[in-house]
Design a binder for this molecule. Structure first.
Ligand code: ZN
Length: 112
């Protein structure tokens, strides 16, 4: 299994923050296709601009993972989620400890 990181774009000036989704959503999967399907099952979607859901000037909210992008462990910008510093920008948007979620296969989600 690999881990695929989705970096949510706050299109239209807002993030989708749910019980499953936040700024960085990391999904454990066998392939990029499976990770993309899992993101959709969690409430994500792709091609938001073409379907009229996302702001055309900000761009799509979610971009599909591609083969080759997976990593052996959960990562945000090459760091383990616990070592990632969201910085002031993200702290304005996400509650503390809700910047990153890791959806493991067969285990409860882990938040950072
Ligand atoms: Zn816009």
């Amino acid at each position: 299994m690999m881990f695929y990181t989705f970096n949510q774009n706050n299109t239209g000036g807002a993030f989708d923050l749910t019980e499953a989704l936040t700024h960085f959503v990391i999904v454990e999967a066998e392939s990029a296709d499976e990770a993309n399907a899992k993101l959709i099952a969690l409430g994500g979607y792709f091609d938001g601009c073409s379907i009229g859901r996302d702001c055309w000037c900000c761009g799509d909210r979610w971009y599909p993972a591609r083969e080759g992008e997976g990593s052996d462990a959960p990562e945000v910008y090459d760091r383990h989620p616990r070592d990632y510093d969201a910085g002031e920008y993200s702290k304005r948007w996400m509650p503390a400890g809700k910047e990153i979620v890791v959806h493991h296969e067969g285990k409860p989600a882990e938040w950072f």
